[in-house]
Design a protein around this ligand. Structure first.
Ligand code: ARG
Length: 457
């Protein structure tokens, strides 16, 4: 088929070059936005008298018909027409004749492709935000059920202090809340109309960009035509936000892998979300969680692809920019699938709360509480820390738990110790006393659940 830009060419494009430069194999997923944008553009051209009202209507009707054809699978995208923009324009001209050739007045594929990506990303960002909310609700539900479940909190992956399982799960709700805020904030920079920049310099036609922005629901219009066709910051920002988001999901996935090992024994993953081994009959593997962890690498890679593609580009549009779409699409798809699968899997996770509770009591996890006890009896913290360290050392030597020490034994370390110390040696008590804001006491965690429930809705 003759190319829309064939005028100055004497020879045909090489088939090899054609196949090399095409983007229709992946940008066809932008068709809905391409048509939406073209309809708004055609309406504006009609309103401004740049084309006649009748021509504008013919173009709009033609585009709507093409949309129906694509919707019903009756449309064939052609590689020799390069990309989604030229495929649709050529189809319009085939359908309504020469008047279809007026659609591309006062625009270029350079501002058109920027428009399509912005319209696409706007929808996807909204959808991802709603998926995040769903997942937050799932986590909150589980957290609410485990307000009385204790687990060992870790630092350096060594048992540190007892915490509520609820509290631990809410940490992820907080991370996701920041992810959501970042996406919402980036939305402001996505939702800007690029159309009207034309190829690079603007146009001689009396276009009305504000009108197009209104038709398409943009909050603002871009201010510099050169920047407009060069800019993919909004994609990079989205990819960065997605990278942070999947880093959070990956950390959760890692804990699911770890906790489901025989060694930890904290959880049992639902069978429907695990797989067996083709070689070892006894195995039940956490592949879903592992893949979420793995896909984080892929999403980071996508961010790096685009940063690298952009770093040496002179202004303004360069064809390199066509390479923005595969990493963007892949990130959107990957993030959505990870959120969906985690949201489905997590309610089926069985928490072995007894084992978690037992483990929370081990490893001298209330040693910090002993030090704080001594501080309350009048010792400077550093001194109290030192004495408690000696007590722990004694316990290790005697193979005793802290709560198994007699008062007589304890008193040899400090005369300030009386039998009220035993309450703070208990993990339950240790947790109950963490009353500081953001701490792990049940009252405080309950308050945070309430706050998050209101926030997320
Ligand atoms: N397929 C191109 C892209 O994705 C559309 C813009 C092409 N513009 C051009 N002047 N060749 O970036």
């Amino acid at each position: 088929m003759k190319k829309p830009w064939a005028g100055r060419f004497k020879r045909e494009t090489s088939k090899i070059a054609e196949h090399f430069t095409e983007s229709i194999s992946f940008d066809n997923r932008l068709w809905r936005y391409d048509i939406k944008g073209s309809i708004a553009h055609a309406k504006m051209l009609g309103k401004q008298g740049i084309i006649t009202k009748e021509d504008s209507e013919k173009i709009v009707n033609g585009l709507e018909e093409i949309a129906r054809e694509i919707e019903n699978g009756k449309f064939r995208f052609r590689e020799d027409l390069e990309d989604v923009h030229m495929n649709i324009e050529a189809a319009l001209i085939r359908k309504i004749g020469e008047v279809g050739g007026k659609l591309h007045t006062a625009r270029s594929r350079n501002d058109q492709v920027a428009l399509d990506i912005r319209l696409y990303l706007r929808e996807e960002a909204k959808e991802i935000i709603s998926f995040i909310k769903e997942f937050q609700k799932t986590l909150l539900n589980i957290a609410t059920k485990h307000l009385n479940s204790l687990m060992p909190g870790y630092t350096h992956l060594q048992r540190a202090q007892p915490v509520l399982l609820s509290h631990h799960l809410l940490a992820y709700v907080e991370m996701l809340q920041r992810d959501e805020e970042r996406l919402k904030n980036a939305f402001e920079r996505i939702n800007v109309l690029p159309l009207g920049a034309s190829a690079i310099a603007g146009t001689t036609f009396p276009i009305d960009r504000i009108y197009v922005a209104k038709l398409l629901g943009f909050d603002d219009i871009s201010k510099n035509s050169i920047d407009t066709v060069s800019d993919r910051d909004f994609v990079i920002e989205f990819l960065s936000n997605a990278a942070i988001l999947i880093m959070h999901l990956s950390r959760l996935a890692e804990e699911l892998v770890l906790w489901s090992t025989e060694e930890f024994g904290f959880i049992e993953l639902p069978e429907a979300f695990t797989t067996g081994s083709s070689a070892m009959p006894q195995k039940k593997n956490p592949d879903v969680a592992e893949l979420i962890r793995g896909k984080a690498g892929r999403v980071y890679g996508n961010l790096f692809s685009l940063l690298t593609i952009m770093k040496g580009l002179p202004l303004s549009y360069n064809r390199d920019l066509q390479e923005d779409k595969p990493p963007l699409f892949d990130t959107v798809d990957t993030i959505k699938s990870c959120l969906i699968v985690l949201n489905e899997m997590l309610p089926g996770v069985k928490f072995n709360t007894e084992r978690m509770h037992e483990t929370a009591k081990e490893g001298y996890s209330t040693a910090t509480d002993v030090a704080e006890y001594l501080v309350k009896k009048g010792l400077p913290f550093r001194k109290a820390h030192g004495i408690t360290g000696k007590i722990v050392l004694y316990c290790i030597r005697k193979k005793k738990k802290l709560e198994e020490l007699t008062l007589k034994e304890l008193k040899t370390f400090s005369k300030l110790i009386t039998d009220d110390i035993y309450s703070c040696l208990k993990a339950e008590e240790s947790v109950r006393l963490k009353i500081s804001q953001g701490g792990t006491s049940p009252d405080e965690v309950r308050r945070q659940i309430k706050r998050l429930n209101q926030l997320i809705r």
